[in-house]
Design a protein around this ligand. Structure first.
Ligand code: C2E
Ligand code: CA
Ligand code: CA
Length: 779
């Protein structure tokens, strides 16, 4: 299955935009991750450095604290009164000096030691209810490094102790002072450096956090037993923890410094967020831009695709779009359009070859058929205008070709096309050459009357002889007409019926013939009768009828015309007009004629007929006349039945003679010599002149029934009959009138000195027995 246009667009856009956006996103995500990790790592490094610093500051603060204590202690040690009191062992003074001094500098414990570092007196602040047990340990540690300070855990709290010698000038004792390592110190750190501080004290099983600047949840976390965390989570914050152990007696003391990662990372994260927003906006813009680009690419591709479909479907009419573009798409579109025009041109050429007759330049049969179909299809269902098809077949064209050559025949056809053209000059009307010597005209808005008129003008145009190569040719043609919608519903039916009409015109020599259903049925029947005809003779289905002829001028020879009938097993009695023309075409008529002749001879040989002495007229057709053996065959039959030739008259039509006058004349001479009476049948319908007929050995002339039947109504017909009779008599011929249907005509003919008459008024053709009965009645 071929892809649909939308699928093409989608797949291309998806590929173009999707892939590039994906790549862009990957790059951006990687960058984002690197920045993210980098920010975190840098923040931790920075915090570690800050915590290093915090740690130094914290220790420094503790150091300063100790220094302050030492100075306070030194002040007491340098006090003259105090020294004197120590020297004098003035216990109350010592005690009050220790108390006063300690209170002044805020010491938690102030003590006087003797030179052997034993406790001589002490003053404790209210927070220390009793002398701490850890004191000896503190003193011991300080004795080892008198310049330093010592942290001690007392009652779960850390205290810093210093020791200063009491000189007079020799060392007479030591002043020991202890201060709590307290909240103020931590608060100061926090204020100074923004670092959180906590002091964790572990004494025995208990862990306390006496000093802390962190909120309660963090405190709880710091109090959990076990190793101290390096990092801990407080809500959304991550805290880095730096633990510093302080050497202490009476327990473990850790200073914990805490800094939040987020305070460092926060601003950077905001920057990163901004970066992400910018990236997203960038990706969006990129997608839009790429989409527009892809659209610009795929839209023309799609229209090219639909254009190729149109071309494949045979529609070359629509020019391609995008040919104005200056890019590769434009090149492609232009090249496609060039291809379209070229194919269209070739198609037109091929169509022209297929639909045009090369010789005359007229449309051919197929084109004509299509034009008729289109004309019918274009009709609105109501109020349609009638159409007419005229089919014209040139007479004797084969003869022209044979005698004058094919080149001449071609010229003749071209000349005919030339003559026909003006008769269908208005646009939708059409002249076509639909066969070797067949031409057709399609006339729009033509009802039967108009079509007949048009046919008549064509016939007139054909009357002028054609001058070709200094030869003069008489054109003649048979013209069949069929009209839509009366005669057929579709194009093929219409053509078919025009052809039937044309053949009927040929058959009846009527030049123009309008289609009539009767023609159709007769021709259809003719076709089915063809196969049966041969069998009819073999199976004895033919019947001989006789139609009486009566003498009008006294003499009393009996005469009758032999007319054949076909007693068809299914169709009944078939009239000769439905099979004689076909028999003539196929040549079978020769057997038919012999059958009639033999039947007539057999009848005449019978005693009843012989007694009557009837002269029987038998019809001969062209084929019979051109058969060189005709006279022998007839003689043969006469011999067999013992009948004389003088008992017969042979009727020959003018046209039968004119088809090949020389051979016909020779045969007629032989037949006349044999003793046959000869008659010119259907006189008046052909073109032969009496002057010519005079040369022939004929004795009788039969005036065609069309003139006889029209005698009373048409003045012209009566004139023709009268002059024919006169002329015939002048030439010494006897005249028979056929088609006498009334007593008036019979009387009229008698007055005109016509010799014999034949017609329904006298009798219809009769079976042989009926004929004998009829004769008996006449007598
Ligand atoms: P045709 O030789 O001109 O025969 C005369 C035809 O006119 C006959 O028609 C006859 O029945 C008819 N006819 C006679 N009187 C009248 C009349 O008063 N009014 C009218 N309207 N018609 C009349 P049919 O028998 O149908 O024969 C038609 C044609 O068939 C004949 O015309 C002839 O050409 C041909 N045909 C008939 N029998 C034979 C035959 O045995 N051999 C040959 N070769 N042709 C035959
Ligand atoms: Ca006849
Ligand atoms: Ca006749």
């Amino acid at each position: 299955m071929s892809p649909t246009p939308t699928r093409v667009r989608h797949s291309l856009i998806l590929k173009l935009v999707g892939v590039s956006i994906l790549l862009l996103l990957i790059v951006q995500a990687a960058g984002f991750a690197v920045v993210h990790v980098g920010i975190d790592r840098n923040a931790r490094l920075q915090l570690a450095r800050e915590l290093d610093n915090d740690e130094r500051v914290w220790l420094r603060l503790l150091e300063q604290n100790a220094e302050r204590l030492r100075q306070g202690s030194a002040l007491l040690a340098a006090d003259y009164g105090f020294r004197a009191a120590v020297s004098s062992d003035d216990q109350p003074t010592i005690q009050s000096a220790l108390e006063n001094h300690g209170a002044r500098i805020g010491a938690a414990a102030t003590a006087l030691l003797d030179t052997r570092l034993a406790l001589r007196a002490a003053s404790l602040a209210s927070e220390l209810p009793q002398m701490p047990a850890e004191l000896p340990l503190v003193v011991q540690a300080l004795a080892a490094q008198p310049q330093g300070s010592q942290v001690a855990v007392i009652a779960g709290r850390p205290y810093q102790f210093v020791m200063v010698p009491l000189r007079a000038p020799l060392v007479i004792g030591w002043v020991l002072m202890g201060f709590p390592v307290g909240q103020p110190l931590a608060d100061e750190m926090r204020q100074l450096l923004g670092v959180d501080v906590a002091v964790r004290v572990q004494a025995g099983a208990s862990t306390t956090l006496p000093v802390a600047t962190v909120p309660a949840p963090v405190r709880a976390r710091l109090l959990q037993p076990g190793a101290l965390p390096l990092e801990l989570q407080a809500g959304t914050h991550t805290l880095l923890v730096r633990a510093r152990a302080l050497p202490a007696v009476g327990g473990e003391v850790h200073t914990l410094l805490l800094r939040s990662v987020d305070t460092v990372v926060g601003p950077l994260r905001q920057l990163q967020l901004l970066l992400a927003v910018i990236t997203a906006a960038g990706v969006l813009l990129f997608a839009l831009g790429n989409g527009a680009m892809a659209q610009r690419l795929t839209t023309p591709l799609r229209s090219l695709l639909t254009a190729t479909r149109r071309l494949a479907g045979g529609d070359y009419s629509e020019p391609l779009r995008h040919t104005g573009r200056s890019d590769e798409i434009g090149d492609l579109a232009r090249s496609f359009d060039g291809m379209r025009l070229e194919i269209a041109r070739q198609q037109a050429e091929v169509r022209d070859l297929a639909y045009r007759d090369r010789l005359t330049g007229l449309p051919n049969r197929e084109r004509f058929r299509q034009a008729v179909m289109q004309a019918i299809a274009a009709q609105p269902p109501l109020g349609s205008t009638p159409l007419a098809v005229l089919l014209l077949d040139l007479d004797r064209f084969k003869h022209v070709n044979d005698v004058l050559g094919y080149a001449f025949g071609d010229r003749l056809l071209q000349a005919v096309a030339q003559r026909l053209r003006p008769h269908a000059s208005q646009a939708p009307d059409l002249v076509a050459r639909v066969g070797g010597n067949e031409f057709a005209l399609l006339l729009h808005d033509a009802d039967p009357t108009r079509a007949l008129k048009a046919a008549q003008t064509i016939v007139q145009a054909f009357e002028a002889p054609l001058e070709l190569n200094e030869q003069t040719v008489d054109l003649s043609a048979a013209l069949g007409i069929a009209c839509w919608p009366g005669h057929a519903a579709d194009a093929d039916g219409l053509l078919n019926r025009a052809e039937i009409a044309m053949y009927a015109a040929k058959r009846t020599l009527s030049v123009v013939q309008m289609y009539d259903p009767a023609l159709d049925s007769s021709s259809a029947q003719t076709l089915t009768l063809l196969g049966d005809l041969r069998r009819a003779v073999e199976q004895d289905e033919l019947r001989l009828f006789l139609q009486p002829k009566v003498a009008l001028q006294g003499h009393h020879t009996l005469a009758a015309e032999a007319l054949v009938r076909w007693q068809h097993p299914q169709r009944g009695l078939v009239p000769p007009m439905q099979f004689i023309p076909f028999a003539e075409q196929t040549g079978f008529v020769r057997q038919l004629t012999l059958w009639v002749f033999e039947a007539a001879a057999r009848w005449q040989a019978q005693p009843q007929a012989r007694a009557l002495g009837v002269r029987v007229s038998v019809n001969l057709s062209t084929r019979d006349l051109l058969d060189p053996d005709l006279s022998h065959r007839l003689d043969d039959i006469l011999q067999r039945h013992g009948v004389a030739a003088t008992a017969f008259c042979l009727e020959i039509t003018e046209s039968a003679i004119m088809d090949d006058p020389q051979r016909a004349e020779a045969m007629l001479n032989r037949l006349a010599q044999q003793g046959f009476r000869l008659s010119i049948d259907d006189f008046g319908t052909g073109y032969s002149s009496l002057a010519y007929l005079r040369r022939l050995p004929v004795q009788e002339l039969k005036i065609d029934k069309s003139f006889v039947m029209g005698m009373q109504s048409a003045e012209g017909d009566a004139m023709i009959v009268r002059s024919t009779i006169d002329l015939a008599h002048n030439l010494g011929l006897s005249v028979v009138a056929e088609g006498v249907e009334s007593a008036d005509i019979l009387e009229h003919l008698r007055r005109l000195k016509c010799d014999e008459a034949q017609g329904y008024h006298i009798s219809r053709p009769l079976p042989l027995d009926d004929y004998l009965a009829w004769q008996a009645r006449q007598a």
